[in-house]
Design a protein. Structure first.
Length: 246
């Protein structure tokens, strides 16, 4: 089973170590770090408290896209609402999906920096947005505490003796494959002269949100790519047709 914890722009090395400890408590071993400010670091090792192997195996990336490229399900975490509306779920609601995706291909649970969390651009690359319900009078959670909550729910959903979660017959399309789909989509929209009428330049963001929410498998993604290729091959741009009429 491949389920990774992704930390984007973590500032404090002690938090990285505490995250590694929380992961190992719940049987998770894949830690990915995007632009960590200090890593490796003695504070991280000290806070890991025996989860040194998780730290030693951690992978470091310069770009968020690289950290999730081969994952079929990407769950972004946030305590804040964003400009584009997302359907919020709680850790318990999505734990089974995470386990299923982890057994079929790969899943990622993504946490932003301690200060600002995930950006809207980063959230746009996620299939689900999850939030931990807390007392509204004090909702701030330490990074490692938040990871522990998610890791615990995933452990409950996938531990030995838990209700069986069958792997998907067809793996989900990976984040990298979905990025290529969106690039292809944008090319075709330009080719047929389809203009953004959303009023704010959010057309592609909304298209991303639509298909991310749909959780396309690889067969469905290939069908869409085939349709787009057929459009490119057979339909001439609207501008060219109008030129011929005149």
């Amino acid at each position: 089973m491949s389920i990774r914890i992704v930390l984007v722009d973590p500032n404090h090395p002690g938090n990285i170590g505490a995250v590694a400890r929380a992961m190992k408590n719940m049987g998770l071993t894949e830690l990915h770090l995007v632009r960590p400010k200090f890593f490796p670091n003695a504070d991280a090792t000290a806070r890991a408290s025996g989860a040194d192997d998780v730290l030693a195996a951690a992978r470091v990336h310069e770009e968020f896209a690289d950290a999730i490229a081969d994952c079929g399900l990407v769950v972004g975490t946030s305590a804040r609402q964003r400009h584009l509306p997302f359907d919020l779920v709680e850790p318990r609601d999505c734990a089974s999906q995470i386990v299923q995706a982890g057994r079929s291909g790969g899943a990622a649970i993504v946490f932003g920096s301690e200060r600002i969390g995930l950006t809207n651009v980063e959230l746009a690359r996620c299939n689900l947005l999850a939030t931990i319900p807390t007392d509204p009078r004090y909702s701030s959670l330490n990074l490692a505490m938040a990871v522990q909550v998610f890791a615990y729910e995933v452990w409950l959903a996938g531990r030995p003796g838990a209700p069986e979660i069958a792997p998907r017959d067809v793996p989900l399309a990976s984040a990298e494959e979905m990025t290529r789909l969106y690039e292809h989509f944008e090319q075709v929209l330009e080719y047929i002269d389809f203009r953004d009428r959303t009023g704010g330049g959010h057309l592609m963001a909304r298209i991303r949100r639509l298909f991310n929410r749909a959780l396309l498998d690889q067969n469905e993604m290939n069908i869409l790519r085939g349709v787009l290729t057929a459009v490119q091959a057979r339909r001439r741009p609207a501008k060219r047709r109008s030129d011929e009429v005149t």
